[in-house]
Design a protein around this ligand. Structure first.
Ligand code: DAH
Length: 354
């Protein structure tokens, strides 16, 4: 009996290794484990052997049966897994007309830049905040020291909804007021500085061309605490830009006017293409405008519930508004802003994160 079982074991192993599909696996299973299968035949033979050998032979048959069924289960699992993998990789589940390199899917270049910046700011202790795309006039303008009919509104004409004074936000600065209210208590009661970045989609009524889109992305950031100064602003901006461009960057600040900061700046970085000598990419100036910023205006801190009328300079802070779309264009050498919204996978799937 022992020898019979050993032979069957070998036969089973060799047949199992030849099985390539589920049907032949099932056939093999039946030939061993069905009522008329090999294991049943062994059982019938058991009746014929002398009584004193029955116990041992019975155990041998049983353990053979268990081994066979365990190996079937295992093989079936392996085949199922393989089938799933094949399905995922097979052309059947994809549009055959897609070029080979874009079948796997990829992140949008703006998503890549946004995530990279979130990581960089996260490592510097900044919270990452999400904010709605539909806002009201107060948050988009008035809370930012841009009263009704202020000329600064002309630059930010956007899309207005017909209900409840709502509009599509024209800049990520629209979230500043809410974030100040959200974290102000922690700042005042626990001394936890407010450090937050808030990326988002912005909208403007623009005439579209290679440099202007009606839909684009920014990433705003604020830091508020006692004694925050322009040096803190420069330090954070330089550190962040060095990380993004993976080298030390030279920056310069020029005065710039934005009603919600005082003083306000345009932050430029030295053109990496010509090293500051001047070339077509930097319009021969040697510098690229990258990130408007400034010290948060006392009115904005007051509307945000940070400072009181009596002590308008108790806390100070800086704010910056990074053009994420612009940054993605510079980083990846995209010449036409429209590429980002056109949804052409041949263009959009080429980018990878570092
Ligand atoms: N919100 C401004 C815009 O979109 C950019 C900006 C300028 C943001 C200065 C800031 C800042 O936080 O300090 O034009």
């Amino acid at each position: 009996m022992k020898q019979r079982i050993n032979e069957l074991k070998e036969r089973f192993a060799s047949e199992l290794s030849k099985v390539t599909d589920k049907q032949s696996l099932e056939e093999l299973r039946l030939s061993f484990l069905s009522k008329k299968g090999q294991v049943s035949l062994l059982m019938q033979e058991l009746a014929k052997i002398p009584n004193e050998q029955k116990k041992e032979a019975g155990q041998l048959i049983n353990s053979f049966k268990q081994e066979v069924s365990a190996r079937f289960d295992q093989k079936l699992e392996e085949m199922k897994k393989l089938e799933e993998e094949c399905l995922i990789n097979s052309a059947e589940s994809y549009d055959e007309s897609l070029p080979e390199n874009i079948k796997k899917g990829s992140y949008h270049p703006i998503t890549l830049v946004q995530r990279e910046l979130e990581d960089i700011f996260g490592s510097m202790g900044f919270d990452v905040e999400d904010y709605s795309e539909i806002v009201d006039d107060y948050h988009c303008f008035e809370a930012l020291n841009i009263p009704k009919f202020h000329p600064a509104r002309d630059m930010q004409d956007t899309y207005y909804l017909s209900t409840r004074n709502q509009l599509l936000k024209s800049h990520t600065s629209a979230a500043q007021n809410s974030i100040m209210h959200k974290y102000g208590k922690l700042l005042k009661e626990n001394g936890r500085p407010i450090r937050a970045v808030f990326p988002g989609r912005c909208f403007r009524n623009e005439a579209i061309d290679a440099c202007h889109e009606n839909t684009f992305f920014q990433m705003e950031g604020i830091m508020i605490d006692k004694d925050i100064s322009i040096s803190n602003l420069i330090y954070f901006m330089k550190t962040m830009l060095s990380e993004v461009f993976e080298r030390d960057v030279t920056v310069r600040l020029r005065p710039g006017f934005f009603p919600f900061v005082e003083p306000g700046f345009e932050l430029d970085i030295q053109c990496s293409i010509c090293g500051g000598k001047g070339c077509p990419s930097c319009k021969n100036s040697g510098w690229l405008e990258l990130c408007p910023c400034g010290m948060i205006h006392p009115n904005v801190l007051k509307y945000g519930g940070i400072n009181s009328e009596e002590d308008p300079y108790e806390y100070t802070g800086f704010a910056f508004g990074l053009g994420l779309t612009r940054l993605a264009m510079m980083k990846y050498g995209v010449k036409d802003i429209r590429t980002f919204n056109e949804g052409d996978l041949r263009a959009l799937s080429q980018f990878v994160s570092r």
